[in-house]
Design a protein around this ligand. Structure first.
Ligand SMILES: [Zn+2]
Length: 479
């Protein structure tokens, strides 16, 4: 039997505000001593009152618009009650029936790693709401340690419709979402620091069937790799069950064990009733006017997918465009060079192939890359013919090694292009003598045959001759 895979995601993204969601504690707990960035509010002490952080709401509104969601004019916070040692208040302040925003959509592309071909896809966003994070537990042997530094960190929870049709699509979607949140300025979305976490739901159905069958929810996936692996694993398991006629009849929740690359049954899924949601009594409802929403989103940057489309329209490959969209330091340099030489392919080759390659080769980071101004100087020197393309590469490598400007390197090393016509003419004549066969083939109609002679002249000048000029002289001589 053939099956269709149905996947939906719930994504938690940590927001990058200065302070936590309801108190003035530093929101950046990374690397800090456990339990040092806490106060009575985020520790849930009785008698304290939460005060919503305006920046959280504004950034969440911007993100909602970047995800093409409608920002609801009225929304409110609810208490989600449950007991867990990492939740000091005994409840989480979240949004339930009336979320901040709903009905959005993300366009993204899915690349097949084997063929490198991309196809475009869409996934609808059901809702985006804001809530506070819990602390962190570390399990050691038979005891656990609590660190509440993260308690009260603002989160955006983004829930998709079940529109994703493969594990790879889910991971590609999550990657695009990461780009959008970074572009909207609401999250650093740093996977290494656990700033984006996923819960994924998966079910199968026979191809052609339109019903949705009970799903399996996989909890707490902390990387794109884990997301894709866990879904691939669970898809296989489900397929087996279906084929044995034992498809799930109720919803279950499993956890992903990364080291063993398998899932483990956690518990039967709680229903909303288990959480005893009720409107948060300490915070008034959120009411926004359209003018207010518009004022927050008027300066939203272009979506990453739009930037990518512009770059591929200039002739760059999907992979090149993705690198530029993902790394602003590369994009800034590409833009500066392209503005000067008006040649996107060449600009991309200088930045993405040569510069990135030399940085790697010399164990340097992007922070140590030559600034845009010197790269522009180099690109213009090549375009004007002051140096050849080959010499340009050599100069770029020296710029990365020494930090010197291209003009200083060209001068010091005498790398200026050989454009002495008399010298080139002499070399061309010599080259013709040494390659009589090339001339014969050329006369027989093989225009490419001259390449051997041009190559020989270039070699004699250590790549510093203007190849165009050499060709010009050669054609004149044999005409
Ligand atoms: Zn606090």
């Amino acid at each position: 039997m053939e099956f269709e895979t149905i996947i939906g995601l719930e994504v938690h993204a940590q927001m990058n505000t200065k302070t936590k969601m309801f108190c003035g504690c530093d929101n950046d707990a990374w690397g800090k001593e456990p339990n040092t960035v806490v106060c009575p509010v985020c520790m849930g002490h009785p008698g304290t009152l939460p005060v919503p952080n305006r920046a959280v709401i504004e950034k969440a509104i911007r993100s909602s618009r970047a995800l093409k969601c409608t920002v609801n004019e009225r929304s409110h916070f609810d208490r989600k009650n449950y007991f867990y040692p990492d939740l000091p208040a005994g409840y989480q302040i979240s949004q339930y029936k009336f979320p901040l925003a709903s009905n959005g959509m993300i366009k993204f592309s899915i690349t097949d790693p084997k063929t490198n071909k991309s196809e475009s896809a869409e996934c609808r966003i059901l809702r985006l709401h804001i809530e506070n994070d819990a602390g962190k537990l570390t399990h050691r042997g038979n005891h656990s340690l609590c660190d509440y530094n993260r308690a009260g960190t603002p989160l955006m929870e983004i829930v998709t419709e079940p529109d994703l049709r493969s594990a790879r699509a889910a991971s590609a979607f999550a990657d695009e979402l990461r780009r959008i949140l970074i572009a909207a300025g609401s999250s650093e979305a740093d996977m290494f620091k656990g700033m984006m976490r996923f819960d994924a739901s998966i079910s199968l159905r026979p191809k052609g069937d339109t019903k949705l069958y009970p799903r399996i929810e996989i909890k707490n996936l902390n990387s794109f790799k884990a997301l894709e692996k866990a879904l691939t694993y669970q898809e296989k398991q489900l397929k087996k069950l279906w084929e044995e006629g034992k498809q799930p009849t109720g919803e279950t929740t499993v956890g992903w064990i990364d080291d063993e690359e398998r899932t483990q049954l956690l518990r039967d899924k709680e229903s909303a009733a288990d959480y005893r949601y009720f409107p948060e009594p300490d915070i008034p409802p959120l009411v926004f006017t359209q003018e207010y929403i518009a004022s927050l989103t008027s300066d939203l940057a272009k979506l990453p997918s739009e930037c990518k489309a512009e770059l591929t329209a200039m002739g760059l490959t999907e992979a090149e465009a993705t690198m530029l969209v993902d790394q602003p330091a590369l994009r800034e340099r590409f833009d500066a060079i392209n503005a000067a030489i008006k040649d996107a392919k060449r600009s991309s080759s200088i930045v993405l192939t040569q510069m990135v390659g030399f940085l790697k080769q010399h164990d340097k980071t992007l922070n140590e890359a030559p600034p845009a101004t010197t790269l522009v100087e180099l690109a213009l020197a090549m375009q004007k013919g002051t140096i050849s393309t080959n010499t340009g590469k050599e100069v770029l490598e020296k710029m990365i090694q020494s930090g010197k400007s291209p003009s200083a390197i060209i001068k010091e090393e005498g790398l200026g292009q050989v454009s002495d016509d008399a010298l080139l003419q002499k070399l061309v004549e010599e080259g013709i003598k040494l390659n009589p066969k090339a001339i014969e083939s050329f006369k027989a109609g093989k225009t490419q045959a001259l390449g051997a002679i041009v190559g020989w002249v270039m070699k004699q000048t250590k790549g510093q001759a203007d190849a165009g000029k050499v060709q010009e002289i050669l054609r004149k001589v044999i005409a």
